[in-house]
Design a protein around this ligand. Structure first.
Ligand code: SAH
Length: 363
């Protein structure tokens, strides 16, 4: 099929009827030739949005220290898989590896595996890791199912928000799934799909919600977590996931598009804007509750980073710097940890098997 991604999606709808929101999101983000992650530089000041690792090296460094600490508490397994899901430009993994050099045995034991579907992003990640003399070359896989059968330490920042979601809306006292279709002027947008939603997909509180209320689920995110929990339960491991979202499940429409650092319409020119939604950390915690998983912890990003030593690291970095650099470092601390910026909106979820005392979660 030729034409823009919009033309192709319109043709699919003309032939088969409306798409589910999850299928639309998957096509717009991950279609191999014209999906967003295949075609756009996306992340960083020149892209569409800035992520925590792009704000400051301190973010990846503190996560590197978290990984070394978890590895020691897991009994220094060797070899083990050090993985990142959705590594973007590779900034986090590069900062993580640099900080982890405090324990050379860690990097010697680590088999670095990057979970990435986009060839363009893989190239950036290869370049970011290029300067490091790694004892074992990094590998790329496109799916969490392909993680090697060995102990696992996996981190991911803003990976889950990009996985597809489903939405339901309450209309005439019944819940219906939202899809993507064409109106009579041929404009792409949300439509209410016929049929009543399976009540098993909705929480008990759905019955009391007002008309127009929206509920979101993401089977893809929950499946990703269940895969990681199963892997850690069978082979041992620790997993750290950071994203924006809420610690309690709730109602509301959080589906959003961002282009050039500004909110955009998610249905105009699919493939040219980043599509995400807020992550339901309560649903993820439930998905992580595998038989073998003994500890599941969550915190805000601000609590986690401060507990990992963000302020001390900022002080150390700033100590021998110019006024200008010191100001940039304190601005970065503010953006990463302050409740007014990313500190509260972003949450951190960690789980491990066996039960170990994971760093970064003040009790
Ligand atoms: N972690 C990075 C990038 C976040 S953007 C940062 O913090 O800067 C999301 C990343 O996930 C991109 O690298 C994108 O290509 C990748 N990605 C999106 N969907 C994916 C999927 N289903 N499987 C693997 N990688 C995916």
């Amino acid at each position: 099929m030729s034409g823009t991604l919009r033309d192709r999606i319109c043709r699919l709808i003309e032939i088969g009827g409306p798409l589910s929101l999850a299928d639309y999101m998957h096509l717009a983000l991950a279609e191999p030739s014209c999906g967003y992650y295949a075609t756009r530089p996306a992340i960083g000041a020149a892209g569409d949005f800035v992520t925590a690792p792009e704000i400051s090296q301190m973010f990846g460094e503190l996560i590197g220290l978290w990984c070394v600490d978890a590895w020691r508490k897991l009994g220094r397994p060797s070899p083990f898989c050090l993985a990142e899901a959705g590594p973007g430009r590779g900034t986090l993994i590069a900062d993580l590896v640099r900080a982890a050099a405090i324990d050379p045995a860690f990097l010697k034991a680590a088999r670095i595996v990057l979970v990435e579907t986009s060839p363009a992003m893989r190239d950036l990640q290869r370049k970011a890791l290029g300067p490091f003399a790694l004892p074992h070359p990094p590998q790329w896989i496109d799916n969490l199912d392909r993680l090697p059968a060995m102990p696992l330490i996996l981190v991911a920042n803003e990976f889950l928000d990009a996985l597809p979601l489903r939405q339901f809306v309450k209309r005439n006292n019944a819940w219906h799934e939202i899809g993507v279709g064409l109106n009579d002027r041929g404009v792409l947008g949300r439509v209410v799909l016929p049929g009543i939603a399976d009540p098993a997909l909705l929480p008990a509180a759905a019955a009391g919600e007002p008309e127009g209320s929206v509920f979101e689920i993401s089977p893809a995110r929950e499946a990703a977590i269940a895969t990681l929990a199963g892997h850690a339960a069978s082979h041992s491991g620790a997993v750290l996931l950071i994203d924006y979202g809420h610690l309690e499940s709730g109602f509301g429409d959080t589906f959003q598009a961002v282009r050039d650092h500004r909110p955009a319409d998610p249905f105009t020119d699919p493939g040219t804007a980043d599509l995400t939604s807020h992550v339901d950390f309560a649903a993820l915690s439930r998905a992580a509750a595998d038989d073998g998983i003994r500890c599941i912890l969550s915190a805000t990003q601000g609590e986690f980073l401060v507990s990992m030593g963000l302020l001390e690291r900022a002080g150390r970095l700033g100590a021998e710097s110019s006024m200008e650099t010191r100001k940039a470092i304190s601005d970065a601390v503010e953006r990463l940890a302050s409740p007014r910026a990313m500190g509260e909106l972003f949450k951190v979820l960690a789980f491990a098997s066996p039960a170990i005392d994971l760093a970064g979660f003040p009790q």
